[in-house]
Design a protein around this ligand. Structure first.
Ligand code: ATP
Ligand code: MG
Length: 420
């Protein structure tokens, strides 16, 4: 009988791994409650129409990534914001409190090509603030995300853009279209199609040829109306007030139609192509668009748990790797005698240092250095010792440089500390 296996892109989270998930979720709950968020849980199945109306018909998610039961017109949620807003409207949560701060944690479903950090069932921690337009709230949310990621010990950078509003975005769209039309032939097929349906998406195409074409593209940041421009500036000032580092990225347009004004992403360089650990933005017209009360602005973001867990696993592996700063290779008795107090001095100087005491060969000592995970090796031969020279080798890049050695052991030790 063939063995039954989980579907491609769907994963079990087994003991040994589940502990990291628990750590991530517990830390998130801790931080979210410090920022006064309450939990909400929604069903996984929703009417297909909910996603078509919020995420947008011409987006990758709705066009090709959703798990839909076509005959029943229901869909497994591909993200949380639409469901959360549906629940917010259905239960009249705006009546209970003028500003609702809500979070939810759970599985999402998208039919994508599975890769490291990209699954078909994946999990998000999603936060949304409904009823607050103040730019301070945008900054507060980004600061909360940054705090959570920092507390977990993952290093990311925060990138931000503004997508303007229904007043200024159409103006920019035209400017961008003019720019794109001049380069139309050089774009990939997807972008050719996008240039009519959703030209802003050409800006974040991953295709290298398209990227090159848009480097000089106009920036939406230069085409914001007064209201959006003031909001954008105020968000940045508030981020600075909170000491949150960020950079502006004119190419970040996000794949969902509902965004307005602030959009942002938490980016890592440690997961290859799956660079976004979390992303979000403002969606001031969405509640009304879904049939809810007028003038309920909103903003939120979602963090991908799989990607966070991968980062934490990588970190643990790094930490488990035994490493030292320097292995001093003394060849022959005289060199070893010289190396002995030098190693001691280096250790006094704070360097993790090791040497061999058994008079082994160069080859065998280099093996030891490798095993110890030494970043550098200092090689001292008898002849070199007489000439007052040793060789400092970078074990990773394999670059070598000569280092002058002599009787001033502490002096040489200090010099090595500087070089390493
Ligand atoms: P990407 O550009 O990587 O496809 P996205 O813009 O589609 O991401 P969002 O819809 O903004 O992602 O979702 C927020 C976060 O959820 C992402 O930053 C990522 O961490 C996570 N995420 C999205 N899709 C997946 C997936 N298929 N597998 C695992 N995590 C995902
Ligand atoms: Mg995606």
């Amino acid at each position: 009988m063939t063995k039954l296996k989980a579907l491609n892109g769907f994963k079990d989270i087994v003991p040994g791994e589940v502990e990291l998930w628990q750590r991530v979720e517990a830390k998130a709950r801790d931080i979210f409650s410090r920022f006064n968020f309450s939990e909400i849980r929604m069903p996984i199945l929703e009417k297909t129409e909910l996603f078509a109306r919020s995420i947008g018909e011409a987006t990758d998610i709705v066009e090709k990534e959703m798990y839909t039961f076509v005959d029943k017109q229901i869909t497994m949620r591909p993200e949380a914001t639409a469901s959360l807003l549906r629940a917010y409207i259905q239960h009249g949560l705006h009546v209970q409190k003028p500003v609702q701060r809500l979070f939810t944690i759970g599985p999402m479903f998208r039919h994508e090509r599975p890769q490291k950090g990209r699954l078909r069932q994946f999990h998000q921690m999603d936060v949304e603030v409904l009823g607050a337009a103040n730019p301070r709230v945008d900054a507060e949310l980004m600061a909360m995300g940054a705090m959570l990621l920092q507390d977990l010990g993952v290093s990311v950078s925060l990138e931000m853009n503004s997508l303007g509003c229904p007043d200024c975005r159409p103006v920019f769209r035209k400017v961008l279209l003019d720019f794109i039309e001049e380069r139309y032939e050089a774009l990939c097929d997807d972008c050719k199609r996008r240039s009519t349906s959703n030209p802003l998406r050409v800006l974040d195409c991953k295709n290298p040829a398209c990227r090159e074409q848009v480097t000089e593209a106009p920036s939406i940041q230069d085409h914001l109306c007064d209201g959006c421009s003031e909001h954008f500036t105020a968000v940045q000032e508030s981020l600075q007030q909170l000491g949150v580092d960020y950079s502006l990225n004119k190419f970040m347009v996000r794949g969902l139609d509902y965004y307005s004004r602030t959009t942002f992403e938490f980016i890592t360089t440690d997961l290859g192509a799956q660079a976004a650990v979390g992303a979000g933005g403002r969606y001031d017209g969405l509640v009304e668009q879904l049939g809810g009360p007028k003038n309920v602005p909103g903003i939120g973001f979602a963090l991908g748990i799989e990607r966070l867990v991968l980062l934490l696993q990588q970190q643990e592996e790094e930490m488990e790797k035994n490493t030292i700063d320097l292995f001093v290779v003394g060849l022959g008795e005289k060199a070893s005698q010289y190396a002995f107090p030098l190693v001691h001095s280096l250790r006094k100087n704070g360097l993790q240092t090791a040497m061999d005491h058994e008079g082994r060969s160069l080859k065998s000592q280099m093996k030891q250095a490798n095993k110890a995970g030494a970043r550098y090796a200092l090689i001292i031969g008898e002849n070199e010792l007489e000439q007052g020279q040793a060789v400092l080798r970078n074990m990773e890049s394999q670059e070598q440089q000569d280092v002058a050695i002599g009787s001033d052991i502490d002096g040489i030790s200090n010099l090595l500390v500087e070089k390493i």
